[in-house]
Design a protein around this ligand. Structure first.
Ligand code: AMP
Ligand code: MG
Length: 321
């Protein structure tokens, strides 16, 4: 990863958050880290208390009033879930909690339990009141999980804070969700160089470098959180129809976009769709680009007008479009 002179890091949201700036700016950095903490406390489901947890704890009982950003994010996530219902679902919480992937006690649950939890994941059973800013989960046991989009949303907020402080260039890295702000001074053409992790590499090897100017770069990969049982790999992105981890030809999807929230939504959606359906969609949406790493060790670059990819691993072969 590259190449700005001043790096600030903190452990937040279960990952290392880092800001890389060209000049020191303690005030901007402090405001960014404070805001991340505030948003994390609103959005997380990995702590006993948060706004989203208060909605989940009141499931089947009563609506809960939430703050404007939380309401707006849930509203958007519900729309996306209803639109892309085959692979994206903000009501996936009961399955995430059942499988515990990436947390202590992860194991393949019984078919009966998976079926039971699936009944609690219908996004239509989330009732929103835009006037009162309330969210009501109609069935007891329902749980909202914003894990697929929270970092993207937060990256966009951080970007706007930096701009308010007149910081126009730098790298925001939320543990793999990257925003490359403005242009770089170290590359002759102004590109920031963002490393793309080699899937399952234990020593932080890269499969290549993504070069962008003023873009969000978000990756969803099955190597981020997984466990292996009886030789089968179970990872953290679920098929909302079956309740099992999605099973397809992909190791990871990286989306390059202007908005990081959009990138985070599509990285999860494209992972679920697989390469062919995603490519069809991308061909109609030239403002979005994507890099697909396949299990057969090919790399597919779709809409490569918005970035440059430089492969650095011999195992992989590049396929254009
Ligand atoms: P990402 O790494 O952005 O693809 O997000 C993965 C996270 O989103 C998981 O750790 C879960 O918290 C949540 N999640 C898993 N499967 C889905 C899904 N099908 N739709 C929405 N969120 C999901
Ligand atoms: Mg995502």
């Amino acid at each position: 990863m590259v190449n700005a002179n001043y790096e600030y890091t903190q452990h937040l949201m279960g990952t290392t958050v880092s800001l890389m700036l060209l000049e020191p700016n303690e005030t901007a950095v402090q405001s960014v880290f404070e805001t991340i903490k505030i948003l994390e406390y609103k959005l997380t489901v990995n702590r006993p208390l948060s706004e989203v947890m208060s909605i989940n704890l009141a499931a089947g009982q009563h609506p809960v009033t939430v703050s404007r950003p939380v309401f707006s994010l849930i509203e958007q996530a519900q729309k996306v879930s209803l639109h892309f219902n085959s692979c994206f679902n903000l009501a996936i919480g009961p399955l995430v909690k059942l499988w515990k992937i990436g947390f202590q006690g992860d194991q393949v649950p019984s078919v009966k339990l998976i079926k039971q939890q699936l009944l609690l994941t219908d996004p239509k059973n989330i009732e929103l009141d835009a006037n009162k800013h309330t969210v009501f989960l109609k069935k007891t046991g329902m749980e909202i999980d914003l894990g697929a989009i929270a970092k993207g949303y937060i990256a966009d907020v951080i970007k706007s804070i930096l701009l308010q402080y007149q910081v126009y260039k730098g790298i925001i890295n939320l543990g793999g969700n990257v925003f490359a702000l403005g242009s770089s001074l170290t590359d002759d053409n102004g590109y920031w160089h963002i490393g793309l992790r080699k899937p399952f590499s234990t020593d932080d090897k890269l499969s290549g470098v993504i070069k962008v100017i003023n873009k969000s770069v978000v990756t969803s990969g099955i190597y981020e959180r997984f466990f292996i049982q009886n030789g089968h790999l179970y990872h953290h992105i679920f098929d909302p129809q079956t309740g099992y981890p999605l099973d397809n030809e992909l190791e990871s999807v990286t989306v390059i976009s202007d908005s990081s929230l959009e990138g985070d939504i599509y990285s999860t959606v494209f992972y679920g769709w697989g390469l062919d359906k995603s490519r069809e969609y991308l061909q109609k949406h030239p403002n979005l680009s994507a890099i697909f790493l396949l299990k057969n060790k090919t790399i597919a670059l779709v809409n490569p007008n918005n970035f440059i990819f430089q492969k650095s691993d011999k195992q992989y072969t590049i396929k254009l479009n």
